[in-house]
Write a protein that binds this ligand. Sequence first.
Ligand code: PLP
Length: 441
Amino acid sequence: MPVSPDRPAAGRWPADLSAYCFEVPYSESSLLFESAKGVRLRDAGGREFVDGMSGVFVTCFGYDCEPIAQAVSDQVRALPFNPPLHGTNRPALELAARLVDLAPAEITTAKLVNGGSEAVEAAVRLSRLYHRTHGNPGKVKILSHYHGYHGSTFGSLSLTGRPDVGRFGPGLPGVVHFWPPDCLESFTGVPYEESGRLAAALVERAIEAEGPDTVAALVVEPVIHLRGMAVPPDDYLRELRAVCDRHNVLLVFDEIVTGFGRTGRAFAAQTFDVTPDLMCVGKGISGGYAPLAAVLTGRHVAAVLGEDGGPYAFAPSHTYAANPMASAAGLAAVTLFGEQDYPAVVRGLAAGLEPRLRALVGSRGAVRALGLLYGVTLHGDGTPGPLGERVARACLERGLIIRGQDDWIVLAPAFTTTEADLAESLQILGDALDAVLGGGR
Ligand code: PLP
């Protein structure tokens, strides 16, 4: 276990401060980033890295997007903060309207928050409030996927169906997990592509077993990141919508990874043609220029705010929610997103990249792709240890940032990635796969 160092005598801090800050893991591999341009980052030692992950699905417009930087800098001079109990600010209002505009037609209202976890918390609170307002105060349980990830605040962490969450002790009461489609194949033999209906039927059995009058909402990532980008079978989300409708359960899409063009449409809801009751969005929303996220709701859900104390029904809200600077960053990002038709850009880039990635991986793994979201489940070479981490490390050593865990790696290039960036990324990834798994394209 790493040992926290003693505090140095006043004013005598060492040159390397990493041991004093939780933001930097205690490991040789953590980098001290100092600057960035396009999709390339530079560290304190002057090494350059191509960012194949858009930060972490965030910096879709690259690290030097002048219109967003300008909007933040103008706003910080005009109004950096406003008294949140007494009003709001114009960028927040305009951003909320623009977000609603991007979402499916049934979505009418946006609540701005500071990060994805807060958006998930807000969705849970609103779901419970919705049922309470409709005379069903017993509908409080929240269902979510095993292996889903929904954040790191206590409620969102409780929805995160991974064993490592257990080290924090019991989670939020009333959370029930269910198996996503890609987990079924190994014990049912039903091929993944055909497992959507079966997986949704199991969710319906779970709701029936819990008692439909106790279930408030189903919270799902349309594409499950921590399963190596498990793109669902075509009919799965549609079937979940029908299950929710049958049992008066709200369907919440956690689109914190899949939102803002990643899947080739504004949101995965449109890609899969399924409208949820609530959507949590974040990450790409500001392109990384400010902490920002939002929960978007359908008209029927937004209505409960009117019936139950207006906007204060959300209380306690967050001091920095709908902050003018963050809202200005989001407004500039969303404006750019529309003006440049980034979903079309994503579809164009993806059409070129997907076949190249498949050819590169060859028989060494199974590729899942949707827009500019890529997951590769790697086939083992018999060597013990998590393959995904080994490949990601080999990439990092060669100058490419990707994510790797368990048996998978994930890539999510920025929308502004150039052909030169892509060519270099693929070259490095190929070399890393060769080094870890051997040839076999
Ligand atoms: N939901 C999903 C699907 C995520 O991937 C994340 C973060 O990675 C979150 C929620 C939490 O977002 P944040 O880290 O901004 O709190």
